[in-house]
Design a protein around this ligand. Structure first.
Ligand code: TTP
Ligand code: MG
Length: 230
């Protein structure tokens, strides 16, 4: 069923709840987060923040993302410090519409990627300690609005196929095992909920399907997603 954003907005107002809703799209590398955001940005009037990956590939002429994939122990801290800054910058930017959707969050940067680098022995303990201090200071002192996490749940194999197909230069070195590790961390965080505090309710959408089926599922979940703050 189709719900126009206008209807939803007036529904929110009628309920006397004018709070703006923030929805984060989460999932493995190449799980389809950007496609999901594009679908909603085209079909309703919401604010969509795409991931600042172009910044991670070019900060004043340097490419921390590429450096990290070439030599994780040396450059992991550099990349993750910058990822944390750019995600925070997005989280605290003024919300311009009743509903904001964004790709990932400061939480997955820490809980998935930083922890994975450290646990797999690719990040020195002191780098991990400094990043963790920064992260904890941020979430303690800065308000990060978040109403719903949409988890695009994939198999690592499917992400591997999509990653190979899209062929992002920096990512050519990624082995299947890396996607398996990221997947495991996501499952522990958002499904088993054993790892860390989950900062918002989680909506799981199975995301191994072809594009047509995925779009249909987004349509089916539209209402739930767009009324995230209720
Ligand atoms: P993703 O955030 O997974 O974005 P994507 O565009 O690949 O996903 P989708 O296809 O679902 O839209 O990752 C972007 C790249 O940045 C990827 O190579 C993983 C890397 N990355 C890190 O190394 N550390 C981090 O903290 C984050 C958030 C990403
Ligand atoms: Mg993307």
């Amino acid at each position: 069923r189709l719900y126009s954003t206008g209807t939803l907005t007036s529904k929110l107002m009628r309920n006397g709840d004018e709070r703006k809703a923030v929805v984060c799209i989460e999932g493995n590398i190449a799980s389809g987060k950007t496609t999901c955001l594009e679908y909603f940005s085209k079909t309703c009037d919401i604010e969509v923040l795409t991931e600042p990956i172009s910044k991670w590939r070019n900060v004043r002429g340097h490419n921390p993302l590429g450096l990290m994939y070439q030599d994780a122990p040396r450059w992991g801290l550099t990349l993750q410090t910058y990822v944390q800054l750019t995600m925070l910058d997005q989280h605290i930017s003024p919300i311009m519409s009743p509903i904001r959707m964004m790709e990932r969050s400061i939480y997955s940067a820490k809980y998935i990627f930083v922890e994975n680098l450290f646990k797999s022995g690719k990040m020195p303990e002191v780098d991990f300690a400094v990043l963790t201090e920064w992260f904890e200071w941020i979430v303690k002192n800065i308000d990060i609005p978040l109403d719903l996490i949409v988890y695009l749940q994939t198999s690592p194999q499917k992400c591997y196929e999509r990653l190979k197909m899209r062929c992002r230069e920096e990512e050519k070195v990624i082995p299947l095992e890396y996607l398996e590790a990221v997947h495991q961390r996501y499952e522990d965080w958002l499904i088993k909920q054993t790892l860390y505090k989950v900062p918002a309710p989680v909506l799981v959408i199975p995301a191994d399907h072809d594009l047509q089926t995925m779009l249909k599922q987004y349509e089916e979940n539209r209402y739930r997603i767009l009324t995230a703050s209720n």
